[in-house]
Design a protein around this ligand. Structure first.
Ligand code: HEC
Length: 150
């Protein structure tokens, strides 16, 4: 019985891994969209549109950390995609010319998000940590490695 379960679990796992690797472009865009959604929640707290909420802050940083873990596998060589009307952006070919830098930036996003989750206590500390990540990690990478296709 136990063996059967293991086999079934292994097959299920194998299938989900195969699916995950099938469309890395779609998957990384979905991850980044989740980051964007979380960043909006953070920005609303900073602007005072919604009250500061530590649980929300932790969810934001956990989402960023998740991206840092998963994204390195989702940029196979030269995987730029064709721009569409509702998605004019893609990954720049520069990523694969500077892969070490690109991966180091993802790693830094993970380190910064983890440190932020441990240190943020209130709105002021959230502002500082979230602002730093948004500007240097998200913004810094997009500036260099995310392009708008014409
Ligand atoms: C190491 C580089 C890097 C970091 C760090 C990074 N991004 Fe991105 N991001 C990209 C690239 C490259 C794309 C374009 C991917 C594509 O179109 O295939 C992208 C795309 C996006 C998109 C558009 C997704 C879509 O709809 O197609 C959003 C939103 C986004 N990032 C938000 C964020 C936020 C918020 C952070 C910080 C928490 C962040 N990103 C950190 C490289 C990065």
């Amino acid at each position: 019985m136990f063996r059967t379960l293991c086999v079934v679990a292994a097959i299920a796992l194998g299938v989900s891994i195969a699916v995950a690797q099938q469309d890395p472009i779609k998957e990384r865009k979905a991850l980044m969209k989740a980051n964007g959604g979380q960043a909006k929640i953070g920005a609303a707290m900073i602007k005072g549109e919604t009250p500061f909420d530590l649980a929300k802050a932790h969810k934001i940083f956990a989402t960023f950390e998740d991206t840092a873990t998963k994204a390195p596998a989702l940029f196979p060589e030269n995987s730029t995609d064709t721009a569409t009307a509702d998605d004019p952006f893609t990954a720049s070919p520069k990523i694969w010319q500077n892969l070490d830098d690109f991966k180091a930036r993802l790693e830094k996003l993970g380190t910064d998000a983890k440190a932020a989750a441990a240190s943020v206590k209130d709105l002021d500390s959230f502002k500082a940590a979230f602002g730093n990540i948004g500007k240097n990690d998200c913004g810094g990478c997009h500036e260099k490695y995310r392009i708008k296709k014409s």
